[in-house]
Design a binder for this molecule. Structure first.
Ligand SMILES: [Zn+2]
Length: 381
């Protein structure tokens, strides 16, 4: 599993159970080849005619690392892999791949709610792991908007619902990066502007919320709840959604908001970050309440993942880095997230130990911190 020779203590630390602090439910139903390919592709669309999403770093990694978990030889063809997947059935495939990831606790983003996806509790049961929820504030807003009739009720219900859902969760998250960009005005919007925006919102409550005034109001209301309950607030950043221009998902663009939260003491967790992971690492180094992970970038870049890990390690304090698989849709993404986290961190640690910059004990301690300890500390697990 580890591609480099490391002292035993470091190997053990890298192979120890992880805390996956950001993942999504995986599909519970049987998937056709085209459905599976849609879920492993980056852009959410099918591969061009005559090509396949298996011809990507992620697709090659599925054949290399997931095939043996399903009882196949490494590198089998996509069609052999998918026939075996169908033969075992979705439940057994999910059980095998989620267990093989070696995750002790999942923090599941319950934003993309759908009956087709395993719930947080089901993810835990399939993987024989603990599971907790991270609530997505834009999903809560959507549920409230559909029920409310007048602006004042909408705003009251929004605050109440955030409190109620947060009571069952270990953190909250926001996709404001993909709704209006991270270069939003960091101040709290005025009551008058919020009521005017709420009236506009209720004329079309089924649409995704993209109004910057209401998104800021939602965010600041969530900050109040997070402060009250001592919860971290996760921000989706970097690659992941084509709805706004990619450069507006650069976390450095929300530096004003990060500064505004510093005296409040709510931890800001920057998710995904890639390809802005160096900016994110810089923010984590500058601000005591900012944390960083690179999520699915490791599985998506596969054999090249160690470079990303190395660049985060070169700048972000070690007590600010977290592991997440950002698993979504298929359990392969969970297993590969864990595989490439362990492999890339091992490759990045080796030259530090070999050069005498770090002791083996230092490297083992950092592997434990990033793999599970930091998440246990900030989410109070
Ligand atoms: Zn994510």
């Amino acid at each position: 599993m580890l591609p480099v020779d490391l002292p035993d203590t470091v190997r053990e630390a890298l192979l120890a159970p992880l805390v996956d602090h950001h993942c999504n439910g995986v599909r519970r139903d049987e998937l056709s080849r085209s459905q599976f390919e849609l879920l492993i592709g980056d852009g959410g669309g099918p591969a061009p005619p005559g090509t396949t999403h298996f011809d990507t770093p992620f697709g090659a990694a599925v054949r290399r690392w997931c095939a043996p978990v399903l009882g196949l030889a490494p590198h089998v063809t996509p069609s052999v892999y998918l026939s075996r997947r169908a033969e075992l059935g979705a439940c057994e495939v999910n059980r095998r791949l989620l267990r093989a990831a070696g995750v002790a606790a999942f923090l599941v983003d319950t934003g993309p709610e759908s009956g087709e996806l395993l719930s947080a509790a089901e993810m835990g049961r399939h993987a024989d792991a603990a599971a907790d929820e991270i609530v997505r504030i834009e999903q809560i807003e959507h549920d409230v908007a559909e029920m409310a009739r007048i602006a004042v009720d909408y705003l009251d219900s929004l605050a109440e619902e955030l409190v109620a859902r947060a009571a069952r969760a270990v953190g909250m998250n926001t996709v404001i990066a993909h709704r209006c960009g991270l270069d939003f005005d960091p101040s709290r919007p005025s009551r008058g502007s919020v009521i005017a925006a709420a009236n506009r919102r209720l004329s079309d409550p089924k649409e995704r919320l993209t109004d910057p005034v209401l998104l800021r109001h939602l965010l600041w209301t969530a900050v109040d709840v997070a402060r009250e309950r001592g919860l971290p607030l996760q921000f989706h950043t970097g690659a992941g959604d084509a709805d706004v221009e990619p450069h507006r998902a650069d976390p450095a663009r929300m530096t004003g908001f990060i500064k505004a939260l510093q005296p409040i003491g709510v931890p800001v967790v920057l998710l995904h970050c890639y390809p802005f992971h160096r900016q994110a690492a810089h923010l984590a180094a500058l601000f005591p309440h900012v944390y960083v992970d690179v999520g699915q970038a490791l599985a998506r870049t596969a054999a090249g993942a160690w470079r990303i890990m190395d660049e985060v390690l070169e700048l972000a304090p070690f007590h600010k880095q977290l592991f997440s698989s950002d698993c979504s849709g298929v359990a392969e993404s969970c297993h590969l997230g864990a595989v490439y986290f362990r492999r890339s961190l091992g490759v990045a640690l080796k030259p530090r130990v070999d050069a005498g910059e770090w002791t083996a004990a230092d490297a083992a301690r950092v592997a434990h911190m990033v793999g599970s300890g930091n998440a246990r500390r900030i989410y109070r697990l």
